[in-house]
Design a protein around this ligand. Structure first.
Ligand code: GRF
Length: 216
């Protein structure tokens, strides 16, 4: 199988990165993780990935004078690793439009809300404050504007009466860990394609998994 070469960008804990790495261990998975890059050298996720024998890089954003410099270093590292697809997974840096343009249609992000609602930080607390009864998470192609871009897949998660931001975040995170490997599979296999700024998914839909769309 011609697997897509994936670079994962993190800044911290890296639990979504872990779910992608675990999924990619399946020989039938259409993507392999060829590099994990962190914007923070002290990110716990970097140690985990290194411990798994994955090629890791820290590109410290504090060591770069400007966003452009940082994004150039990032682009070089991804290119040197022969990356086809980029997965942002808790990557806490705003990217320059130039960088996004270079990876347009080849870069995914996960966000803990049902976009376009609740962009930005503390999406789970925003959802609670708004009183929504269904929350969730979204994997989308990255566009220059933060937390926007064609949606590949979403998962819905209930909001419970006594939810705290942490409790809701944990419930959403469990869904993220299923959704991101699923979305990357769709994109890496070519099952999901960008057509006129929207994502079109080919193939059959499993009606028993309706809270994941496209269904698992
Ligand atoms: C996740 O909730 C993700 O949706 C958001 O940042 C968090 C990262 O968590 N973009 P982790 O580092 O993947 O554990």
């Amino acid at each position: 199988m011609d697997k897509k070469r994936v670079g994962i960008l993190i800044s911290g804990r890296g639990s979504n990165m872990m779910s992608l790495v675990e999924a990619s261990r399946d020989p039938a998975y259409p993507a392999e993780i060829v590099t994990v890059i962190s914007s923070r050298p002290e990110a716990p996720g970097l140690d985990w990935a290194a411990g798994r024998g994955l090629p890791v890089r820290a590109i410290d954003h504090r060591a770069h004078a400007s966003r452009q410099d940082f994004d150039s270093a990032l682009h070089e590292a991804l290119t040197a690793a022969g990356v086809d697809l980029v997965c942002c997974a808790g990557f806490m840096r705003l990217m320059t439009a130039g960088f996004v343009e270079k990876w347009r249609g080849r870069m995914l992000n996960i966000h803990p809300s049902l976009l376009p609602a609740f962009k930005g930080l503390d999406a789970q607390a925003q959802a609670l404050a708004a009183g929504v009864k269904i929350a969730g998470c979204t994997v989308h192609f990255v566009e220059p504007e933060m937390d926007s871009g064609p949606i590949v897949a979403q998962a819905a998660v209930p909001v419970l009466p006594d939810d705290t931001p942490d409790g809701l975040a944990a419930r959403i995170l469990a869904a993220e860990h299923k959704l991101y490997p699923h979305a990357l599979r769709l994109v890496a296999s070519g099952t999901a394609r960008l057509v006129n700024g929207r994502v079109v998914v080919n193939g059959t839909v499993n009606q028993t998994a309706q809270l994941f769309s496209p269904a698992l």
